[in-house]
Design a protein. Sequence first.
Length: 222
Amino acid sequence: MHANARWYNRTVITQNKQQADIDLIIQSLSENGYVVWDNFLSASIIAALRDETHKRYGNHNMRAAKTGLINQAQQSAIRGDHITWLDEQDENSDIQAYFKKMHTLKDMLNQQLFMNIQSLETHLALYPIGGAYLRHLDQFSYGTNAKSRQLSSILYLNSNWQADDGGELRLYLDEIDYLDILPAAGKLVLFLSANFWHEVRPAKRERASITGWFRSRDSLIF
Ligand code: OGA
Ligand code: MN
């Protein structure tokens, strides 16, 4: 599918490359339920977002992520990342560039795939060396926000990531088959939150990303 998307990319003639990219992302998503896409934002914006993530981590502005139901001691065995939620009013121009492109994407999801996305929640994530996130689904089966997450997105920020560094996103396509995706700078992964089990493999380097969820509605209780 990814190869397919690249092939289409070479055949599209347009003066608006950004819009063409989004059209192809939407097309792959509608065919497969997931898409892996390189160079979602420029290298300079990605580098700035990476620096910002490491800065906030270094300044202790990120906290150990939670999974919901269990205590902190058990948490880190399940999920090792540190996060900080992003505010759409953030004055950082690179964060604004991220939100702008995500909103363009959101509009296309609604217009072309009728997804009825109403909001976006995002956080920066930093996995310390050895940190992982065990196999899970992004839709919870409990709580006030259960099932509002429709589409998961992860944008990776890590320069010069090698296969040997680990830290793959393992995306299960069914019970047996999976894709291992390296968290390399500028790569965007989208998948339907209800459909794809996934996990983060432990890495030999710190691993930075922006995770986002396109949500259909808030506060539905199931
Ligand atoms: C998550 C998640 C995957 C990744 O934050 O829920 O699954 O590759 N992240 O960072
Ligand atoms: Mn997840």
